[in-house]
Design a binder for this molecule. Structure first.
Ligand code: TRP
Length: 332
């Protein structure tokens, strides 16, 4: 789908400490992709602002994500890794795009509609708690995508509408000012299926059931041992597909190991304690080396800042070129 000539761009919002579901769904595919594909990859700190009003926290999450990507083996030649707010052309383009973006388009954004629905259900004013950062979020995301002349934007299904908006807005712009922008295409990543958390529900910060990806070994073990299971005895035969332990294991093990583990569930004779130990050992062995490098980087924030600054310096010429083109078209 994507090849060398096409520009691929992806953004990660720093609103929490990355956990195992983030790894499986987003980080791992990005690492894989970076082996062969040049990608603009940025940490979307400006997109976190409508939710997080604590600079320290945004900086912390930004560093965690950057350090994790590097520690997990991101190919730093192919990936241009930077912090969104470091390339200041983004603010300019965002302002300019405001003027071709229909307000009605923003009214239809899923995330804004969800906020309104919640307010209505609670009997509050429809716009209670909605700031303009949330309302205009899709314009900023459009600016990200168009600033780097992106062809392909790999996203989760929840972000597809935003990329379609970017395409729409680029189209409105081009209709007025001529062929200034490329039209980006969303590419929805391979379905990973639901990644369960400690309580068996979807792993999510909002359910407080996550396993932090880079948790120290002791904490990782403690979390895994706390996975909720049913009351089957060790002797009972078990359906692996119903087990959180197996559902997590398969994302860290080889196919052969996964098949063998499934067989152990089906055969009976393996207690959940044993299954959890096997899961812990697998996850730990996959992550141990990266975790060491992650901890080293987190202890050296200046090094992380250096990595991000180098990425921003690489991204900037592309952004400057686009912004100049847009300003000329709009302002003469
Ligand atoms: N909105 C995306 C998310 O919440 C993050 C993001 C910001 C992004 N800008 C982007 C993703 C541009 C792709 C392209 O996950």
């Amino acid at each position: 789908m994507s090849n060398k000539e096409q520009t691929v761009l992806t953004g990660i919002k720093p609103t929490g400490t990355p956990h195992i579901a983030n790894y499986v769904g987003a980080l791992k595919p990005l690492i894989e992709q970076s082996k062969t594909q040049k990608t603009f990859m940025f940490i979307a700190d400006l997109h976190a602002l409508n939710l997080i009003h604590d600079a320290k926290q945004i900086r912390q999450y930004t560093h965690e994500i950057a350090a994790m990507l590097v520690a997990l083996g991101l190919n730093m030649d192919n990936a241009i890794l930077f912090r969104q707010s470091d390339v200041e052309e983004i603010y300019h383009l965002n302002t300019l795009l405001m003027n071709v973006t229909p307000k009605g388009l923003m009214n239809r954004a899923h995330s804004y509609k969800a906020a309104m629905d919640k307010n209505i259900a609670n009997g509050d004013d429809v716009d209670a708690g909605v700031n303009m950062g949330l309302y205009t979020y899709p314009i900023l995301m459009t600016a990200d995508i168009l600033l780097y002349d992106s062809d392909i934007v790999p996203v989760g299904a929840d972000q597809k509408q935003h990329v379609e908006f970017a395409r729409d807005i680029a189209g409105y712009f081009n209709k007025i000012y001529g062929e200034i922008f490329k039209l980006p295409t969303p590419v929805i990543g391979r379905e990973t299926g639901l990644i369960p958390g400690l309580d068996g529900r979807k792993m999510s910060k909002s359910y407080d059931n996550t396993i932090p990806l880079m948790a120290p070994e002791k904490e990782l073990k403690k979390k895994i041992m706390r996975i909720i299971t049913d009351s089957k005895t060790p002797e009972d035969v078990k359906d692996p597909d119903e087990s959180t332990i197996y559902q997590l294991y398969k994302h860290f093990a080889s196919e052969a190991e996964t098949a063998e583990f499934a067989q152990m569930f089906r055969a009976g004779g393996m207690g959940y304690g044993t299954a959890k130990t096997i899961l812990f050992e697998k996850v730990n062995s996959v992550l141990a080396e990266s975790r060491k490098e992650y901890e080293r980087l987190m202890a050296n924030p200046a090094e992380i800042e250096q990595i991000l600054a180098a990425g921003a310096a690489r991204a900037k010429p592309y952004a400057a070129e686009t912004l100049a083109r847009v300003k000329k078209a709009m302002l003469g």
